[in-house]
Design a protein around this ligand. Structure first.
Ligand code: 1CP
Length: 324
């Protein structure tokens, strides 16, 4: 999940010098610096590359901007003609600065700290491409996908192609694990889940595995609860990211026998801090310790989070591991 970001004063300082958020993503020395900042402060076992899931639509030719106080704004894809203007062949050239960031980060990270690369999964990226930004109800993307089935499947295919190339190039540049974010998977109707979520993700996993068979891939399909075992089996991911709607006991019973889990500490506890945070962190650690797991947040860190809370959480985890 997000490690860098606006909760850190040193991030805000670098961010203020960049000409907007995308410029920060495409400026390797700055992007590398903000990737490394939380590592220096908190000493986690892995770093996540600083970039965004929306660099992929930008790379294939869509207009993408990040507006202060509003979030992402994209010129929405509405027709077959808009689709025809997108070209996954541009991915690697456009995203060359991200690969340079990966090389810079890998060169500076301590050897025992892994670097995780990432991308959005096709469904989640498509929601932004068709809605033109963030949405609460997903009405536009869902009704478009249903009434333009063949166009929507072309869009998913373009994203599979571009995302596969992007992730393989991250591994070639030095990423040691990959995470696919399907943050909005819970908005998909059950009848379309295989076609919009599992299928495209499975094809990306297969393409990456063909080139980089030893690189673990973590799938994060947020909010899909009972569909998780099916998602894991159909996609071929190596580990699964869990949101906080699943209890550690449920994860231990239903998910860890199938694959390693990552999660699932609710960032609201991190924001709140104090003894509530400490107890909840121990509950995750104790609940998942019977099987393979990576302690992580259940989704992105809130920008008001005091860095001292993150420091305390890291200390709790490090102490727990030392005494385990
Ligand atoms: O101005 C800023 O500094 C913007 C805040 C920010 C940051 C720090 C955005 C805008 N993106 C990021 C970086 C980012 N995004 C990372 C890098 C790792 C790190 O920070 O340590 C990662 C992994 C992401 C992934 C991402 N971007 C997701 C999936 C993960 C999740 O949180 O569920 C999504 C949905 C996005 C889209 C996005 N990026 C940014 C915004 C404001 C949004 C829209 C979110 C929404 O629709 O609610």
């Amino acid at each position: 999940m997000r490690q860098a970001g606006r909760y850190l004063p040193e991030y805000r300082e670098v961010r203020a010098k960049a000409d907007g958020f995308l410029d920060l993503c495409y400026t390797p020395d700055r992007a590398a610096r903000v990737t490394l900042q939380p590592i220096e402060r908190f000493r986690p076992d892995a770093a996540i590359l600083f970039s965004d899931i929306l660099v992929v639509p930008h790379a294939i030719g869509q207009n993408v901007g990040f507006v202060e106080g509003k979030g992402p704004v994209l010129e929405p894809v509405q027709s077959a003609r808009d689709l025809a203007a997108l070209d996954p062949g541009r991915t690697l050239d456009h995203l060359a600065p991200v690969f340079e960031t990966v090389r810079l980060v890998r060169a500076e990270l301590p050897e025992d700290v892994a670097l995780i690369g990432f991308s959005g999964a096709p469904w989640t990226v498509a929601t932004y491409m068709i809605e033109g930004g963030s949405t609460r109800d997903f009405n536009t993307v869902k009704s478009w996908a249903i009434s333009h089935r063949s166009e929507f499947s072309i869009l998913l295919d373009l994203l599979v192609e571009s995302t596969s190339a992007y992730l393989i190039a991250q591994v070639e540049a030095g990423a040691q694990a990959l995470q696919l974010f399907d943050t909005w998977a819970s908005a998909v109707p059950a009848a379309d889940f295989d076609n919009w979520v599992c299928g495209p993700t499975a094809r990306i996993v297969a393409a990456v595995k063909a080139k980089a068979p030893d690189t673990p891939i973590i799938g994060f399909a947020r909010g899909i609860g009972p569909r998780l075992p099916d998602y894991i089996r159909q996609t071929g991911i190596d580990a699964v990211g869990l949101d906080s709607s699943i209890s550690p006991a449920e994860a231990a019973r239903d998910i860890q026998p199938i694959c390693p889990v990552q999660g699932n500490f609710d960032p609201a506890y991190l924001l709140a801090g104090g003894l509530e945070m400490e107890d909840a962190a121990l509950e995750v650690l104790e609940g998942l310790k019977g099987g393979p797991f990576v302690f992580n947040l259940a989704h992105g860190i809130n920008k008001e989070t005091p860095p001292a809370h993150v420091e305390r959480l890291a200390e709790i985890i490090h102490n727990w591991r030392a005494s385990a």
